[in-house]
Design a protein around this ligand. Structure first.
Ligand code: PA5
Length: 466
């Protein structure tokens, strides 16, 4: 099971100004207990949709039925989506399949290549159109949109639907799996009209909390990832987080540390730094979860409070040679969470060479797993040396179960921090405003007034161009 190690975030290691003392924890004990009671109560009453996902056999079965249908003839799976409808898919695939997945032979993969578009960059989309040209017959498009009208996903979908129709004629609908609201919405309507296979984005689960729903499960299962183990890991973490004693819960401790660092220790920057390429996109997923859930202008009572820790991603060891100078010597305004792997999925021994050169010989016959762990400990030490608090989430191995645990851990911790900050962690008004502004700029009917308001931003004022 994954574990949280927080000694290096304590006053004993980084001093009382930057570290957490027993008194800090007890000072928020009552608030933490109330937050835990509130969130656990919401889970029990079925009010937190994401918390039910690890146990939803119906969603899991609907996904596997479509995997059984599409996997045998599918060489390429393209996920059309953005934000919460893409980042989980990317994170799961990166963590649990090799980085070289799309380059492996079909016999080795035993599942399709996976492309998750997550943008409307014109060159990237054109490249994808060209690449798929010859393989369209065996390509499946999984269009994912809860609202069904997000401009990025809608435009990706329109481009590939048109391509499919032109190339495959009436058979095109068999190449689309639409993941959207079960009852309503534009994509739901189109799916019924065109006759696509469909999967459900649960009504009560926001995009950033949806990775363990059909949103994340379909591409994972198509690419041979054990989604049962993923869900079982999340269920295990749910059990560990459910009890009233928040100090015994990884999510409870993570939330308390993050909150104290943010609110009391002057640390508004929350870095996630995996020492594993495979876990790097978990940090991307975390950035969205943390930013959209906790960055809020108003409290639940409607008072302006402007809160939210800034999530940052970094990669060990790569960013030791980039960001760590700033983290170690710049403003002491960051909490860094390392992700550490005890047993990496694969390992390499450094050859027995250069024994006569002291500057290189020490490396011979050592394993890269030992080197990457030593680098992490070295960074932890250097950060502690300059009084920078760090926490480590330890993965025994990178398995579907551990990744499922990680998702639930962060989702639940997000709910707890939302309680402590007294905000609604489940809406995203600023994202919605941006979506509406895009509609207005692109000429959507009904958004003319907004388009007028935005005009000054669409025009470049030359007097400010240098
Ligand atoms: O987490 C969120 O709510 C957002 O990031 C959405 O997932 C994203 O905007 C895509 O929305 P939709 O799934 O409605 O197309």
């Amino acid at each position: 099971m994954i574990q949280l190690y927080w000694k290096n975030a304590t006053d004993k290691v980084v001093g009382a100004d930057h570290g957490i003392a027993a008194g800090d924890l007890s000072s928020i004990g009552d608030r933490m207990a109330a937050a835990q009671q509130a969130v656990a109560g919401q889970v029990l009453r079925g009010e937190l949709g994401y918390a039910a996902l690890p146990h939803r056999r119906d969603y899991r079965d609907s996904v596997m039925a479509l995997v059984d249908k599409h996997q045998p003839r599918c060489t390429d799976l393209v996920v059309l989506g953005i934000g919460g409808s893409a980042l989980g898919n990317l994170a799961v695939q990166a963590a649990l399949n090799p980085a070289t997945w799309n380059l492996l032979t079909a016999a080795k993969r035993k599942g399709p290549r996976l492309f998750v578009l997550d943008n409307v960059d014109p060159a990237a989309i054109r490249d994808m159109v060209d690449l798929l040209g010859r393989r369209l017959q065996t390509t499946v498009f999984n269009v994912i949109s809860k609202s069904g009208e997000t401009a990025e996903t809608a435009s990706q979908f329109m481009i590939f639907r048109d391509l499919l129709r032109r190339r495959l004629g009436e058979a095109f609908a068999g190449h689309v799996v639409a993941t959207t609201d079960a009852q309503k919405g534009t994509l739901n309507r189109i799916a019924r009209q065109d006759g696509y296979d469909t999967l459900v984005v649960p009504d009560d689960v926001g995009g950033r909390f949806s990775v363990l729903s059909p949103v994340g499960l379909f591409s994972a299962a198509m690419c041979r990832i054990d989604v049962d183990a993923l869900l079982a890991g999340a269920a295990d973490m749910a059990r560990r987080c459910a009890g009233p004693d928040w100090t015994a819960s990884p999510a409870g401790m993570l939330a308390a540390i993050k909150y104290l660092m943010y609110a009391r220790k002057g640390k508004p920057m929350h870095v996630m730094m995996p020492y594993s390429n495979r876990l790097y996109l978990l940090a991307d997923w975390y950035r969205q979860l943390w930013a959209e859930s906790l960055g809020k202008a108003v409290s639940r009572q409607g008072e302006e409070i402007l809160v939210g820790p800034t999530p940052i991603k970094a990669l060990g060891t790569t960013d030791q040679h980039s960001q760590v100078q700033l983290y170690g010597e710049g403003p002491n305004d960051k909490l860094t969470v390392f992700l550490e792997v005890k047993k990496h999925p694969r390992d390499v021994r450094i050859p027995d060479a250069f024994g006569e050169i002291p500057g290189l010989g020490y490396l011979r016959n050592q394993r890269l797993s030992k080197l990457i762990t030593a680098e992490k400990v070295a960074t932890e030490y250097a950060m502690a040396f300059s009084k920078r608090p760090t926490v480590t989430i330890r993965f025994p191995e990178i398995t579907p179960g551990a990744v499922g645990e990680f998702f639930y851990l962060y989702e639940y911790a997000t709910s707890l921090v939302g309680e402590l900050l007294n905000i609604n962690a489940y809406d995203q008004p600023a994202v919605e405003l941006g979506k509406k502004a895009t509609f207005a700029l692109m000429g959507r009917e009904g958004y003319q007034d907004m388009a007028k308001e935005i005009q000054p931003f669409a025009k470049v004022n030359k007097s400010y161009l240098v």
